[in-house]
Design a binder for this molecule. Structure first.
Ligand code: DQA
Length: 156
């Protein structure tokens, strides 16, 4: 059993980390981010992960320091990560340096930042992740979890 399977009954633990303002999902610009709340996102990720043989630990913070700390934890515990860095995507070199320490991170976005304002077109996180899934609403997370499950099975 790998470190990522400890305490999950054999399922690979996945950290699903969400950055600033994502606690406002449902209320925040629903025409851009949809009408589902963070609690609904967490419940769906939990169910999708379980169906894929994963155990999702869904978290959200508005704090860059806390998010960096969670990435350190993922690096130490060998947890794969689904990360929505939210606005930190576009400027946080501290988060980028933390992400670079984690072997398997998939960056996700609800919206498609490349199709929005100029400042959203750059991700300082993208160069240090395995890949990015953007523009599919909550399904961006489902696609990322499915890919993590495929990668975990391929490396088992
Ligand atoms: C976001 C896109 C970011 O540009 C924005 O700052 C967010 C959410 C998304 O999921 O579409 O907060 O990461």
């Amino acid at each position: 059993m790998s470190a990522a399977e400890a305490g999950t009954g054999g399922a690979v633990k996945v950290l699903v980390a969400n950055g600033p303002n994502l606690g406002r999902l449902g209320a925040r610009e629903p025409e851009v981010y949809g009408r589902s709340s963070l609690a609904e996102l967490a419940a769906k990720c939990g169910a999708w992960a379980a169906a894929l043989g994963l155990a999702a630990d869904v978290r959200q913070t508005d704090s860059e320091a806390e998010l960096v700390g969670w990435l350190h934890q993922a690096a130490d515990e060998a947890w794969p990560v689904v990360l929505n860095p939210a606005a930190f995507t576009h400027y946080s070199y501290a988060l980028r340096d933390a992400v670079a320490q984690v072997p398997l991170v998939i960056e996700v976005h609800l919206s498609n930042p490349a199709a929005r304002e100029d400042f959203r077109r750059q991700s300082v996180i993208a160069p240090v992740v395995r890949g990015t899934i953007a523009g599919f609403g909550l399904d961006s997370y489902h696609l990322a979890l499915a890919e993590l499950a495929r990668l975990a099975a391929a490396s088992a």
